[in-house]
Every structure is written in C-alpha cells, then in structure tokens.
Design a protein around this ligand. Structure first.
Ligand SMILES: Nc1ncnc2c1ncn2[C@@H]1O[C@H](COP(=O)(O)OP(=O)(O)OP(=O)(O)O)[C@@H](O)[C@H]1O
Length: 585
C-alpha cells in the first residue's frame, strides 16, 4: 500500500482530456508514460523516474505523469498498443517520444533536456528550435503520423576517413545485413554548422577547429536508420564474459533471449552493433530521440513527406512539330502538374532511335510517315520527376491514337496537342519503370569530370559552392582534401605549363588544401564549366553573374574553381587524383 501511494506522488495521473490540456501548461519538462487501461503504467520505469526526480531535484521544471490513452482524445492513435511509450513535453510542446522501456535512452533524454533548461534559464544557451510532434492532426495525416510514432530512428554518419578508406560500402552492408533498415541516406560534405549541431558538447575544446577541418575534408554518408522488425533482425550469439554478465543479460535486458546452455542471443542497438563489428570508429551515431528529430530536420527536411511519396522518374518526349510550335504550352502543363524537370535536351533522332521509340506502331501503314516525321528535326527529350510520376504522365498523355483520344478523352494531352501531321500522339512517355531507366540512361548517359575548389576559397565559400553543385543536380561521387604539389598540378594543368602565369598558379595551389571532387551527371564536363563561368571573375560578373567565379572569384588567378575541359582531360585528371579510389561509394 505504501509503495502504491509513493507511485501516485511520483507521477500525476491523467485520465481525461481536460487534465491533459492542463498538464500542457507545466513549466519545463514533463515525462509522460502513455499507458493502456488494461495493462497499466510501466512499472519497470518507475524506479528510474524516482532516481531522476531525486538526483536532479528540479521540482519546478521536471514533472512525471501517467496518461491513459483510452480516455484522452489526443492519445487516440496510441490505443491498443502493448509496448510502453514515453512522450516528452517541453513547455507544452511534445518534442520527443521513445517507444519501449528503453531506460538508458529515457534517462539520457531527461538529463539532456533538463540540463538544457537549466542553461537556458541561466542565459548560457539559446532555446533550440524543436519541432513539435503533432499527435492528432487531420484524418489524412493519421497514417503518416502512425509511421512517425511507431518507428524509432537513429542517425549514423559515416565519416570522411571511412569514405576514403573505402569502408562505407562495407559499413552500409553490415548495417543492412544485421536487420537495420536504412530509411534515408545522403552523401554530402558536412558543413561547419552541421558539425556544431552534431557535436555541440565539444565546441569549446581546443582541437575543435581541427576536428571541423577533418570532418569537412571529404564526403560523409548521413543515414537515417531504424531497427527492423524482429523477423528482419539478426540475433547475434554472444557468450557471457562472466557469471555476472550472464546474470545481467538474462535479468535486465528483455531483448536478450536465452538459447541453449550458456549461449545468449541479443538484439543490439546500432551503436553496440557497430562496436562489436569494430567499425564504430568510422561512424558517429545519434540515438537520443530528441537529437535524432533535430538532425533529421537538418539533413532531411522533407523526410516525413518523402516517406509517404513514391518518387518516380520517367522519360518524356515532344515530337518535332509539337516542339517547334507549342513547346511552351507543354512545359507550362508539366510545371503546373507538379513535375520537376531533371534534365532536358534537344536531339535529332536517328532513324534507328525513332524506330526503337515507335516500335509499337511498326505494323501500321503510317509507320514510314511517322519515322520520317520523327527524324525531320529536333525533338525535346525530358526527364521528369514526380510522386507516382510514371503513371501520372501516362494518364496525362491519354490514348496514343489521336482519334481515340479525341473521342474518349478530349482532355488528354494527346487530344489537346494533336496535329494534322500525325495520327498518333505528339508526346511520348516511358511504358514502365524499367524502360524509363533504360531510356533515361540512353538519352542522358552519365559523365564524370574533375572539379577543384582552390585553396583561397573560404570555408563559407566552399559550403556555398557545394550547395550550388548539389542544386545543379551533380552527384559528388568522390571528394577529398589535398594540397596540390607541383607534380599533381602539372597533371591537372598540362595545357598551361608554358604560360607566363603558370608559376603563379603553382604557388596559388600550394598555398593550402584544395577540395578535389569527381562530379557526375549527364554532360558533366560542359555543365560544370557552365556553372564555373568564365576564367576571369570580372568577365564572369558581366557574362554569367550567377556563376561560381562571378560570385566567389577574386581574380583571373584566384578564380576559386577548376574543371576539366574535355573527356580525355577529365579521365586523365581523375586518374591522377583518384587512381586508388575505385570504390563507388
Ligand atoms: N591571365 C591569367 N592570369 C593569371 N592566372 C591565370 C590567367 N589565366 C588563367 N589563369 C589561371 O590558370 C588557370 C588555368 O587557366 P585556363 O586558361 O585553363 O582557364 P580555365 O580553363 O577557365 O580554368 P581551369 O582550367 O582552372 O578550369 C585558371 O583557372 C587560373 O587560375
């Protein structure tokens, strides 16, 4: 009886909506144990809450409550779930949740949030911008919301040294083969701000600058990782090191399953798993739910939206007459329908190419006329991206035969853009995802070029340039920081070794580290040179004001970036600087 009374004192009981709303008025942090009437609050965690309450001794800003999901409307999506769930409300906003009786994580989250509150109160830090977890919004959001609460995400960052040492693929494969799910990934050069967000607790340390330089020296892999289902997970056999460990394993850890004899099977956290695989030194792992939410917003701002989408690419083509006469009208529709144009080019199709694209009409009596039409001038070929893009484009196009389209679907693009010259649609779209991929690769083959961000670019310039590279659709397939020696410079610049400014170039390159990269996309050599702009920044400002050299260049010599000029030069340059890195990360 005594213990029951203590529990009530420890956690305020909330069992209706108005009590819930009142609870949201609490100042500081409220740890909410969401429970089901039929199974009661999580007993296992009460000793932790008592310890936190006593040790932190923060009556004013630390509160514990138990909330019954069945009688509180806001918690309706948590009804009938048998796993314990803890919500963290900070000054009335739910900013984190932890599923399962994960005591270490709950402990860490409470301590971190309370320490933050204390620092904010003392004026030592600015309140972080936490995103609120919306518990009920519209009915439509229900499914996405459930997804959000039912998964616990971790962030893993594979550091630049692992990328250079060709470890990244191995690490990703290991993570996946152990049953973890990689829900999102991005290969990127981290910015200073991102590193400060990741390692805020060590910013004051004397070697932090050096650490930033190391972490920004090349590509990192940012992964959002969730623990897969029980079935997907590989349970690793472990042998307890000692009797004490054996006892701890079986008593304290519910996920430990007893196998035969002294062998145990354990489902590890991501950090534990990486440590056991001896690869944790290559990765930064964040498991704290609050921090993970913050990092997902930093690295994947559209994460929730993207997860509910099925982004698909398709190839679209405007045949010559349509391209010549009504291109703008079609492009407007494409834009209004929410497509993103990833690539576009004009191309005069060869007879062979036209035959391949028009194969379905080869037995028709107008086939010859069609091929003649298709090869008569430039067509416009586009790569379109959209949620459910392939089918959406096909639906917009409608039937392929004009007569059919006019009779049954006059709204379709086939009917709207029909022209006397052809009995078939003036527009084309890929038939399936497989064909789309093949056709896109055919019309837009990938090309790589070597790019250099020269030593005089400041860290901020470098970050801005990397952002522009990404926005222009380049894939940074390799990146590293190197101080270019005379010998390497000769390999990059064989064409200007006789010029009177060549010694200045050598000196400028040897002044400090450059970031060297392999950039990949369709037509990469030309596209990168276009993005760089003319050699002299003054000329660039006049001719191409949005180019990199116009924005960041200092002089003809210090023009911040370099790019290979031809396919041959790109191959030579890449070989000179990345000969040993054959891995496609
Ligand atoms: N007139 C000049 N005075 C000083 N340095 C120059 C001059 N012209 C070129 N440079 C330097 O030599 C580099 C190579 O010159 P090049 O003529 O190949 O120009 P680019 O092809 O526009 O540049 P890059 O090869 O670096 O992409 C330039 O990027 C610049 O650093």
């Amino acid at each position: 009886m005594a213990s029951k009374k203590r529990e009530v004192q420890l956690q305020t009981v909330i069992n209706n909506q108005s009590q819930w709303d009142e609870m949201l008025q609490n100042k500081g942090l409220t740890v909410i144990d969401v429970y089901q009437a039929w199974c009661g609050p999580c007993k296992a965690m009460q000793s932790l809450f008592r310890k936190l309450k006593n040790e932190l001794d923060e009556e004013e800003i630390l509160h514990f409550v138990v909330a019954e999901a069945d009688s509180i409307v806001t918690l309706q999506s948590f009804r009938d779930k048998c796993e314990p769930l803890f919500l963290f409300s900070l000054n009335g906003k739910i900013i984190a949740m932890i599923q399962g009786a994960n005591a270490p994580l709950v402990n860490k989250t409470v301590i971190e949030l309370i320490n933050e509150e204390k620092k904010i109160a003392a004026g030592e830090m600015v309140r972080p911008q936490y995103n609120e977890i919306v518990l009920i919004d519209s009915e439509d959001a229900g499914a996405a919301h459930y997804e959000r609460v039912s998964k616990v995400y971790n962030i893993a960052i594979i550091k630049p040294d692992a990328m250079i040492n060709r470890k990244s693929r191995e690490i990703k494969e290991k993570i996946a083969s152990a049953g973890f799910v990689i829900d999102a990934e991005d290969k990127t050069v981290l910015t200073e701000e991102q590193i400060i967000t990741l390692h805020s607790q060590i910013v004051d340390q004397p070697d932090f600058e050096e650490f930033i330089s190391l972490m920004t020296s090349g590509l990192s892999y940012v992964l959002v990782v969730s623990q897969g289902t029980e079935q997907q997970s590989i349970y690793e056999d472990i042998e307890p090191q000692s009797e004490t460990e054996a006892k701890e394993l079986s008593e304290d850890q519910p996920e430990v399953k007893i196998a035969t004899g002294a062998m145990k099977k354990k489902r590890y956290s991501l950090q534990e798993y990486l440590e056991r695989q001896h690869i944790s030194q290559f990765c930064y792992v964040e498991e704290n739910a609050t921090n993970v939410t913050r990092l997902i917003d930093v690295f994947f701002p559209d994460f929730t939206k993207m997860k509910s989408m099925k982004l698909e690419k398709t190839l679209a083509l405007l045949r010559p007459h349509l391209f010549q006469e009504r291109k703008e009208d079609v492009l407007k529709i494409i834009e209004n329908e929410g497509f993103k144009i990833l690539e576009q080019r004009q191309i005069v199709l060869s007879k062979e190419e036209a035959c391949t694209l028009c194969k379905e009409y080869e037995n028709e009596d107008y086939f010859e006329k069609l091929i003649e039409n298709m090869t008569s001038g430039p067509s416009l070929v586009l790569v379109l991206l959209r949620d459910n893009g392939l089918q959406y484009w096909k639906d917009l196009l409608g039937p392929r035969i004009v007569e059919e389209a006019k009779t049954y679907l006059p709204e379709s693009l086939c009917a709207q853009f029909a022209m006397e010259s052809l009995p078939v649609s003036q527009l084309y779209g890929s038939d399936s995802l497989e064909t789309a991929e093949e056709e896109i690769r055919y019309f837009f083959p990938l090309q790589s070029t070597l790019a250099l961000i020269k030593p005089h670019a400041t860290r901020k310039d470098k970050e801005e340039i990397l952002k522009l590279i990404k926005e222009a659709g380049f894939d940074v397939t390799q990146a590293k920081t190197v101080t270019l020696t005379h010998e390497l410079a000769d390999k990059i610049y064989p064409k200007i070794t006789g010029k009177d400014f060549y010694n200045d170039v050598l000196e400028m390159l040897s002044e400090g580290p450059s970031m060297v990269m392999i950039l990949t996309k369709w037509n990469a050599i030309t596209e990168w040179r276009r993005l760089m702009g003319p050699t002299d920044p003054e000329e660039a400002k006049l001719l191409s004001p949005n180019s990199i050299r116009a924005q960041f260049g200092i002089s003809a010599l210090k023009n911040v970036v370099h790019g290979s000029s031809s396919v041959f030069e790109a191959a030579e340059n890449i070989n000179a600087l990345f000969a040993e890195s054959t891995e496609e990360n």
